[in-house]
Design a protein around this ligand. Structure first.
Ligand code: COA
Length: 178
């Protein structure tokens, strides 16, 4: 059975949203949310479980009630210890538009504490661009765009991934909760 199912009564507006580092038990939910997004490159279930074990300190999950409804996977770049690289962000469609992604990013940035954040976004992903632009605005940071990976690295079928570098960030962003 899906970790989310097709209905999610726990996601009612009065259920609290909480964030925490992921545990390995959350890995399957990350995998299912990534697959359900139909936007993200979906990695193996094993990859998400392993990520939850080894990169929990630089990743985050959001729950509404008991149920995982979103995640951010990230790591601190070994060559740039001042930079958190955000690999994937996803929120299940039952919980979108409620600032779950913004809350996860704010909480993760505050917890990890690096002044810079990098991520890649394809040009057709308006929601992702708006999400990261909002983070830059809340943290008083600049956001620079350069091409990182194109057809030579990703193949002709994959849209180019543009690198967005955000920073320096104030590490106590304006809270996104109402
Ligand atoms: C992108 C995604 C994570 C946003 O999650 P969310 O919880 O609905 O986003 P939030 O409610 O926290 O909104 C955050 C910001 O993004 C903007 N936004 C969210 N969805 C949007 C959309 N469809 N179009 C335009 N802007 C959008 C919001 O207006 C908000 O902007 P603000 O901070 O300037 O006010 C979600 O749509 C998703 O999972 N998409 C599929 C996976 C994906 O594309 N991930 C990103 C690439 S890794």
């Amino acid at each position: 059975m899906s970790a989310l199912g097709t209905t999610a009564p726990e996601t009612g507006s009065d259920a609290p949203t909480t964030t925490s580092p992921p545990t390995t038990a959350d890995g399957v939910a990350l995998w299912e949310i990534a697959a359900a997004s139909r936007v993200l490159d979906v990695n193996s279930r094993y990859a998400y479980v392993l990520w939850c074990r080894d990169f929990a300190a630089t990743s985050i999950v959001a729950r509404i009630g008991e149920r995982v409804v979103g995640f951010v996977t990230g790591y601190v770049r070994p060559e740039r210890p001042d930079t958190l690289f955000v690999w994937q962000v996803a929120v299940h469609e039952v919980a979108r538009g409620r600032r779950v992604a913004a809350t996860m990013l704010d909480d993760l940035v505050a917890r990890v504490g690096t002044p810079f954040l990098e991520t890649t976004v394809t040009d057709d992903n308006a929601a992702s661009l708006a999400m990261f632009a909002g983070l830059a605005e809340r943290t008083g940071a600049d956001m620079e765009r350069t091409e990182l990976f194109g057809p030579a690295e990703l193949g002709a079928e994959h849209d180019p991934e543009f690198l967005y570098r955000i920073g320096p960030m104030q590490l106590t962003p304006t809270p996104t909760r109402g």
